[in-house]
Design a protein around this ligand. Structure first.
Ligand code: ADP
Ligand code: MG
Length: 461
């Protein structure tokens, strides 16, 4: 066995990074590490955050990683990728110690993997999120003080970021405290699984006894799921009585959670309720500035100003645009003045013309984006052809129109020359594939979305 020193490791990962698309690096390579190198068997063992990442990396970069391993360690070397999950965390560290090769330093106890980027110091606070930020920070410093903390607001506005920042902070300042981050969907799936396998006791132990700080994301997923709500209610009471902190995030105010357990809602209201809303223009500027500084992307005041005033309020989208600008700057080396940014933005969000003003109807924007992503003309998408690729593209476009553009089924039917039930069928089919994480579908939907922007949608409305 070889133990790599940190400079060697850095060298290897630099080489790898140079062969990876920057966006993919940012998204998929954050958790990768080398866990061991077996000189006898000539195997390098990597470890990543979870099974999903492992599969994705194998599919997308399997060969590349193999080549770089050979280049760096020798031609006869191969590699394997391992992953760790909350349950395996214990076995993973103990087996590493057995072999006396703990290359990865033991981390504070996290019962779940957090995104390393989602920390307080990477969160830009300002108009729109100040109160949520301050509340989350207070809770992180002093878990239990506002219980529960409930953060709600629209998508892409930083809820998950703040929630995980609480986790990072607690783990750093109080490493003995156990932090458990889950989405409510995971909570529910684990509950149902435990019921099926007769291991409810174990489930309860995990959520009630093991967690000191419980962070539950996307609570809205439990709407209509009475069984899971009931279990959550008891989990909550248990932790609350022990003075343990619970933080919830949801895309809506507790009172708008529909068929939610009455008693749960009143518990939520007992604590501290805080909303994140769209960042104001100063905050958007600050976000853009911070990003540019971090990525050494040179942007003039004029460009920052233009961007802050034209991009969507959704922060995830702002980052999307900045990544595009960063790439364009790197690959085309154009230098970014307001005009180049305008034309780049025009490409990014069809519908914005040179002056950043709306020019296309939602229908045209959708077909325009579909043409870019699938290379099918509007008439082909409207046709009755059942050609496999075309029919899939059509379904995805309908799904995006319905779910992301929030268009009515009637309009979508008219745009695509299809019946109401055929639209519903298509939308549901893609919805299922998307929520199952089907990679091709997720990629297509995301590409369509990055070509469409909120701002235009609202301007049209
Ligand atoms: P939500 O959970 O509300 O949908 P996320 O927390 O996933 O949103 O945020 C979307 C993206 O925007 C993430 O990459 C996150 O880091 C970033 N982000 C959101 N708000 C901020 C902020 N105030 N400062 C810096 N980055 C932010
Ligand atoms: Mg979120």
């Amino acid at each position: 066995m070889t133990i790599l020193d940190s400079a060697q490791k850095k060298g290897f990962f630099e080489a790898l990074k140079n062969n990876v698309h920057p966006k993919h690096w940012e998204l998929w390579f954050k958790t990768i590490d080398i866990s061991s190198i077996d000189d006898d068997k000539k195997v390098v063992k990597f470890v990543v955050g979870n099974l999903f990442i492992k599969d994705w990396l194998k599919n997308q970069y399997g060969n590349k990683i193999g080549q770089i391993v050979k280049r760096y360690f020798g031609d006869d070397f191969s590699y394997i990728i391992d992953f760790y999950s909350a349950n395996e965390e214990k076995t993973r560290t103990s087996s590493a110690t057995e072999k006396n090769e703990p290359i990865i330093k033991k981390k504070p106890l996290a019962l779940s993997k957090l995104n390393t980027q989602y920390t307080f110091d990477k969160f830009v606070s300002g108009g729109g999120n100040n109160f949520a930020y301050t509340s989350a920070y207070a809770v992180a410093q002093n878990p239990g003080i506002y219980n529960p903390l409930f953060i709600f607001g629209g998508v892409g506005l930083g809820k998950t970021h703040l929630l995980q920042a609480v986790g990072h902070y607690v783990m750093e300042k109080a490493p003995h405290k156990k932090v458990l981050y889950v989405t409510s969907e995971t909570f529910m799936n684990e509950l149902y699984y435990s019921i099926k396998t007769n291991t409810v006791e174990k489930f309860r132990e995990k959520y009630r006894e093991k967690a000191d700080v419980l962070l539950i994301d996307d609570l809205q997923f439990l709407i209509g799921k009475a069984g899971a709500q009931n279990e959550l209610f008891h989990t909550f009471n248990h932790l609350y009585d022990e003075g343990k902190q619970i933080v919830f995030c949801s895309d809506r105010n507790p009172q708008d959670l529909g068929t939610f357990h009455e008693r749960l809602i009143s518990r939520f209201q007992m604590g501290l309720l805080t909303e994140v809303s769209a960042p104001d223009v100063q905050t958007r500027e600050k976000i853009i500035r911070t990003y540019a500084e971090r990525e050494s992307l040179e942007l003039s005041e004029e460009v920052i100003n233009f961007l802050a005033n034209s991009v969507a309020n959704n922060i995830r989208k702002i980052y999307g645009y900045l990544v595009k600008l960063l790439l364009a700057n790197k690959f085309q080396g154009k230098g970014l003045n307001v005009n180049t940014v305008k034309s780049l933005l025009g490409e990014i969000c069809p519908g914005i013309n040179e002056t950043g003003v709306l020019k296309m109807s939602p229908e045209n924007r959708l077909f325009h984006a579909a043409k870019k992503v699938f290379n099918y003309e509007k008439e082909e998408l409207r046709s009755a052809s059942r050609k496999k690729d075309l029919s899939e593209a059509r379904k995805i476009a309908m799904y995006v129109a319905s779910v992301n553009m929030k268009e009515q089924t009637v309009s979508i039917g008219e745009w695509f020359n299809k019946t109401h039930s055929s639209v519903n069928y298509s939308v549901n089919k893609i919805k299922k594939l998307y929520s199952d994480g089907n990679e091709k579908i997720v990629n297509y939907v995301d590409s369509m979305n990055s070509l469409l922007s909120d701002r235009i949608k609202t301007a049209e409305a």
